[in-house]
Design a protein around this ligand. Structure first.
Ligand code: SAH
Ligand code: SF4
Length: 371
């Protein structure tokens, strides 16, 4: 049961946890204890917290709770990929998706930040569905908590069930800034998930002012959804480019790298669509565009969805494009599609929600006209 008067401790950053305990007249170290119980041992209720006095447990029970979002379904793919559909609070059928992708000794969790997305990139099924609302910090960090708990009892000394987190699920993380920053701080905090800052990656389509804000607040890794080497094409594919064109975006990336204490690179994501942005001259344009930025390029063959209007390039075309970049000194990876049998691939995370922008209605009408 949801109780709106209770504070949900699941979503409190370490700083906010300390403030919470101070506000109820308790010592600071309680914050550390409770953080560990929730995020390292997966506690769901206060009775489990055996090193917290009975009296304090009763008090916590009265005023607070540990509430993860509800799991609507969990699917495990042939290749080990796990996908959860998660119902968000207070909104009937408002769902988002979370995907865990195991790969050798890595397991990367793809986390959602919003119900839908307002940015309307032309090739993204989330974007095509419109926007409902921002996720709360508990709903964001709750995805990590749910993924780890799906392996059974949480054990801080056991194998790591999630080694990397990418904010590449539904939504634009920089449009939900504070909850995303608080959640990423929890992902990296030693009393919570203790992930290395290099293994937490925020992906953005280019909300430039927020990149500068991010530089002041965290040192996570940054991925940029570029998808086009020139402004006219990027305006079409990623409409926020009209507001913050490529040159401004790359300047913000350089600023971000300069503000990090260690040497790192930006990941450039490039979703490849046949005949749109996969031509050889475009590879050469990219070579030129990115020559001054410390970066690695990740090519993502477009994942089709019904009536998207785009197709993925042939493997040969993708390889040709990759080779041009590689021959010019770039590290280029091609993302392989995982979890295809459970619709867990990039851009296939469709959730299910009430769209406040009514874009989905327009999209459905358009689909009907076209089909
Ligand atoms: N909003 C953020 C993060 C979520 S999207 C962003 O845009 O970066 C995660 C990645 O999947 C982005 O690079 C996005 O461009 C890509 N993507 C979206 N739809 C896709 C599709 N249909 N096929 C392949 N990649 C897609
Ligand atoms: Fe939003 Fe990212 Fe999809 Fe663009 S690609 S619509 S920013 S989720």
């Amino acid at each position: 049961m949801t109780d709106a008067t209770k504070v949900n401790l699941l979503g409190l950053s370490p700083k906010k946890m300390v403030e919470f305990f101070e506000s109820i007249g308790e010592k600071k170290f309680r914050a550390t204890q409770v953080l560990k119980w929730i995020h390292q041992k997966g506690a769901e209720n206060f009775d489990e917290m055996t090193d917290v006095s009975k009296k304090l447990r009763a008090k916590l029970q009265d005023i607070s709770e540990i509430r993860a979002p509800e799991i609507v379904s969990q699917n495990i793919s042939q290749d080990g990929t796990r996908k959860w559909v998660i119902r968000t609070e207070g909104g009937g059928n408002n769902c988002v998706e979370t995907v865990l992708i195991p790969d050798g000794d890595r397991a990367t969790l793809c986390v959602s930040s919003q119900v839908g997305c307002s940015l309307d990139c032309s090739f993204c099924s989330t974007g095509k569905q419109g926007f409902n609302r921002n996720l709360t910090p508990a709903e964001i960090i709750g995805q990590v908590w749910i993924a780890i708990k799906s392996f059974g009892l949480m054990d801080p000394n056991g194998p790591r069930r999630v080694t990397n987190v990418v904010m590449m699920g539904m939504g634009e993380p920089l449009m939900n800034f504070e909850p995303v920053v608080d959640s990423m701080i929890l992902m990296m905090d030693d009393h919570a998930y203790g992930l290395s800052k290099r293994r937490v990656t925020l992906s953005t389509s280019g909300v430039v002012p927020k990149i500068y804000e991010l530089a002041k607040r965290t040192d996570v890794s940054l991925a940029i959804s570029l998808h086009a080497p020139t402004n006219p094409l990027r305006d079409e594919l990623v409409p926020i480019n009209k507001k913050y064109p490529i040159a401004e975006l790359l300047e913000a990336c350089q600023h971000y790298l300069d503000s990090l204490p260690d040497k790192r690179h930006i990941t450039i994501e490039y979703t490849m669509m046949a005949g749109v942005n996969d031509q050889e001259h475009q590879a050469y344009e990219l070579v030129e565009l990115l020559k001054n930025l410390e970066c690695k390029i990740n090519l993502i063959p477009f994942n089709p969805f019904p009536n998207s209007g785009y197709e993925k390039p042939s493997n040969n075309q993708t390889r040709r494009f990759q080779k041009i970049l590689a021959d010019n000194g770039y590290t280029v990876t091609v993302r392989t599609t995982r979890g295809d049998d459970i619709d867990a691939a990039c851009g296939q995370l469709v959730g299910d929600f009430h769209d406040k922008t009514r874009r989905s209605q327009k999209y459905i009408e358009l689909k009907e006209v076209n089909s």
